[in-house]
Design a protein around this ligand. Sequence first.
Ligand SMILES: O=C(O)CCC(=O)C(=O)O
Ligand SMILES: [Fe+2]
Length: 368
Amino acid sequence: MYGTKGSNRVDSTATETERTAFRQAEKRYKLYKSTSTLKSRSKQKKQYLETDVSQVVDFDSVLCAHQCGEDLPFRTYRFQCPKDPSDHPIFCFRDRPGFYFIPGALSIEEQCSWIKASLKSFPQPPNRTNHTAIYGPLRDLLSAVENERVLVQVQNSFGNEAICGDLDESKYIFTEKNSSTVHFEPCKAIPASVLLRKLRWSTLGLQFDWSKRNYDTSLPHHKIHDALCFLSKEMATPAMPYGEEFHPEAAIVNYFGPSDMLGGHLDDMEADWSKPIVSISLGCKAIFLLGGKSREDTPVAMFLRTGDIVLMAGEARECFHGIPRIFTDEEYSDISALLLKLSDEEGNAAILEYLKTSRININIRQVN
Ligand SMILES: O=C(O)CCC(=O)C(=O)O
Ligand SMILES: [Fe+2]
């Protein structure tokens, strides 16, 4: 589905080889790593400038044009929604019905709060992450990073009876690097910071099973958290069929590092495609590709910035889409206000460090 391997939904090595229009666009915008050993800043900057972003739609500029009464780019128009409870201008493409872009939908305060939730509470069991299949449920990953803990496998044979109840049972736990009570092989200890960097996805509400490519309703789960329900219902309004209410039942949280991309795909495991996917961008700027119903259709590229929200409903649900690139360079990531806000508050050091080179996407779905 995603041109990805194993548990890594967000992948840095797209394997698709066909030469479709979608693939060509991915290749145009993806980050090319330098083959040179020279890693100077000027070299990195040069690499970025080699990517031609002149055809990428920038809804920040579209919003400015709209606010100044200027003409909008020819493919776009402002969507006037009589039932929209929020005041945010919403933009659409003439040739992509069912796709809605809400630039700057979230305030900086709201962005900070969803970033914290994405790193602290969303990866908590019973929610699953890409780490669950390897290590079992991991609790408090972010606080393990803050306390410089390491993940270790403990077994009864090491005399850790207090940790592992049953004989023969082994499990992974976070512990201090130099713990005197937990016995482990130091060379096998994984720093929590490495696990946070390798976090690729977490699933909220009804749990998505990547191997079966379906929702597994038998897996333990909590309902989508009230504040996320409220936000997604409100934001979904412009894309909802008249008189119906959005029921948020599941969400996928994607975590992107510097060279990660999300290959072109469709989200087709939900029953009713007339209902939107509500997709929230947080952290570093990205390029989003919205293709057509075939991979042969040339996609439209647009920037997604922190605080932007995108809705995909109806026909747009049948359109291939993906993220070929995120911008982690300070100059282009467009997160300075967010970093400033986070650094104003105490206790955000680990979040700040992570966010400087990361993007988070929360997409909320009605499954049934
Ligand atoms: O990261 C994004 O903005 C898009 C994510 C997406 O398409 C998905 O999770 O299905
Ligand atoms: Fe998607």
